[in-house]
Unconditional design. Sequence first.
Length: 342
Amino acid sequence: MTHKLLRRLDATQLDLGGFVKWSLSFPDPYNDPIAAADQGRRGFAHLPLGFQNALNEFSNTPYSGVLLVTGLPICADLPPTPTKPVREAGLGRVGNEGLLFSIASAFGNPYSYREWEGGHLLHNKYPIRQHATSQVGTNNVLLQMHTEKAFRDVSPDYVALLCLRGDPAHAAVTHFCDLRRVIEQFPSDAQRLLRTPLYAFRTDSPRLVMDGIGYTAPHAIVQEHQNSGIYQYVDDLSALNDEAKEVLDNLRTAIGANTTGLHLNAGDLLIMDNSHIVHGRSAFRPNYDGRDRWLQRLMISHRLNANYLCSTGHLIPDSCFSECSSEHRAVQEHQGQGGANL
């Protein structure tokens, strides 16, 4: 498979009738995430063989980029897009979960963090009025370019986004960029700085204070794992010295110049290699009328094995949570009280 940033698979001609019938009894991932993950692994064998092969080829390609699967069937009786957090909205299984979990199993095991997303394994992303201007996936302002859950002990290896309902105004554009390719174009001295732990987030729960400003623990943007590089970035990172700041500013500019965007329509599934792809989303204007854009997300790891995740309910602790800003922690406390799912 030749390297390119975006690969496409058209699912409109796939015979998924048998799979859809099998998935009718798929477990509710909100009530039984362990059973959902287990059935997802079983479900992969029910997909058409050619589709399995294409998914396996992508998952076995180092630095695979982005895969867009189009034309997947969306359940005909999809409810209106919620306007409140998941539990407040009474949202449960809608009918496409079996397909999402089964495809995701080609890339590893689904997991999440106990402290985030209301403690759910499956995450729903739709606009919520109270989150409109926050840097969370349920906002409607520009969602900054980022690695999903960057700088965690275990960040996702892949992120899967299934579009249940597209933005009716076609204004919401998902952006992505190959951070590895961008950094490889930098001079060697700049690459050395990006491999040095000189980058952190400002926070009011600091691990480090410099010139009266609180920061999280510093990280390197390029880290080594099992003899390969992991490239992580978030747009609001700060640099801890002038030399690193110049490199970070240049990196931010280069990402902007090398970003690709696309509209997600109902039945589109976007799978991103989170080891080197950063992504974001344009601003858009929701109507909160039941017809707004609605995505379902799974975070996937091939480093965490299924037995370990089963023992944790597929939820692991986030060691960085205590360093997050009070604004973000307050959002999560609201999630815990009302079961909100950002």
